[in-house]
Design a protein around this ligand. Structure first.
Ligand SMILES: NC(=O)c1ccc[n+]([C@@H]2O[C@H](COP(=O)([O-])OP(=O)(O)OC[C@H]3O[C@@H](n4cnc5c(N)ncnc54)[C@H](O)[C@@H]3O)[C@@H](O)[C@H]2O)c1
Length: 309
């Protein structure tokens, strides 16, 4: 019997670098398909040295290259993307990579009859949530080309399920953080901004009252959810992957001050800010993936601070 092999677009990126070790542990081979626009080449070299991983340097915008790399793969994970900020700055590039690219990967996976495709969707498909916690059946109001492409990706998966029997899962990741993350990540860049100030002896500055919140989910928990989705008995669903806990910016500042061991209070910059809040309803992830978040935000942030000291 042939070894199960995962086509992994965006496999040189942040979340992939935590997912690939679990795949290897579970006996998969991995074919990373990545343009190396942002990927971590040293980490990829380490994976390739195991003999179980190969890198195809390619761009998801080119359907022929994707089709070729999908040959012999039994599973697929699709992560390749350009970020929210870039999608606002350059919607043309974003639509090319995130819409055409999604379609190329889904079509190739369907043509090659993979057993399961896992798509990295995003909590940003909900737009500004009307209520917390956010449930998969809530209204979707994606606001940027990136978020729109995630929603469209989920709809396209439905098309290939109906026409070609593709089996898929779309994971709506909340605010992912952890070791290896790029410092300019759209939502979680606040962690680095605060940390830089605390370490230089200055209090973090919070606009308004710091009521805005995020659902911070540790990258190792995300990686476990991805593998669970690749293997779950249930399929063809969007699934929230968060912790269910909304951490306000004011709380985050205090958590980071404690993690550094500094003694200071955050500084508040009084002004009107649009307060957005986020927390995932994770009932479906528990039921469908048998998944549970394991890293509380205080511990995850403390580990991050230690690792980056
Ligand atoms: N990190 C988060 O907080 C978060 C939250 C929600 C959803 N997501 C989604 O999870 C997935 C992985 O995120 P990440 O944080 O690991 O991102 P990342 O930027 O670290 O990795 C993305 C990878 O895609 C590659 N790539 C970019 N354009 C490409 C192209 N045209 N062809 C082939 N490869 C290309 C990059 O080189 C990079 O290695 C993405 O789809 C992202 O939208 C992430």
């Amino acid at each position: 019997m042939s070894v199960p092999t995962v086509f992994f677009s965006g496999g040189a990126g942040f979340i992939a670098s935590h997912t690939i070790p679990i795949l290897l542990e579970r006996g998969y081979r991995v074919r990373i398909f990545d343009s190396m626009l942002r990927g971590d080449r040293d980490r990829v070299d380490e994976f390739c040295a195991t003999g179980q991983v190969d890198l195809v340097e390619g761009d998801v915008r080119y359907g022929g290259a994707v089709q070729h790399a999908m040959r012999g793969c039994t599973h697929a994970i699709h992560f390749a993307t350009v970020s929210i900020n870039k999608s606002i700055a350059d919607p043309y590039e974003s639509v090319d990579i995130n819409v055409i690219g999604n379609h190329n990967v889904f079509a190739a996976a369907a043509d090659h009859g993979v057993k399961r495709l896992v798509f990295a969707s995003s909590a940003s498909v909900y737009g500004d949530p009307q209520k917390l916690p956010m449930h998969e059946d809530d209204v979707l109001q994606p606001l940027t080309p990136y978020c729109i492409s995630k929603r469209m990706g989920e709809d396209l998966l439905g098309f290939y399920q109906r026409t070609k029997g593709l089996s898929w899962m779309a994971l709506r990741f909340f605010n992912v953080y952890g070791p290896g993350q790029k410092t300019e990540a759209y939502y979680t860049s606040v962690i680095n901004t605060f940390l830089r100030r605390i370490r230089s002896g200055e209090p973090p500055v919070i606009d308004g009252r710091g009521d805005q919140s995020m659902d911070f989910v540790h990258v190792t928990d995300i990686a476990r959810a991805v593998v669970a989705a690749l293997e779950s008995e249930r399929d063809n669903l969007p699934v929230n992957v968060g912790t269910g806990v909304d951490t306000s910016i004011a709380q985050l500042a205090k958590i980071l001050i404690a993690a550094v061991g500094a003694s200071m209070e955050p500084q508040f910059n009084p002004r009107d800010v649009l307060v957005s809040r986020r927390a995932a309803d994770i009932t479906r992830a528990r039921e469908v993936l048998g998944w549970e978040p394991t890293v509380p935000v205080e511990k995850g942030m403390a580990d991050l601070v230690r690792a980056s000291a």
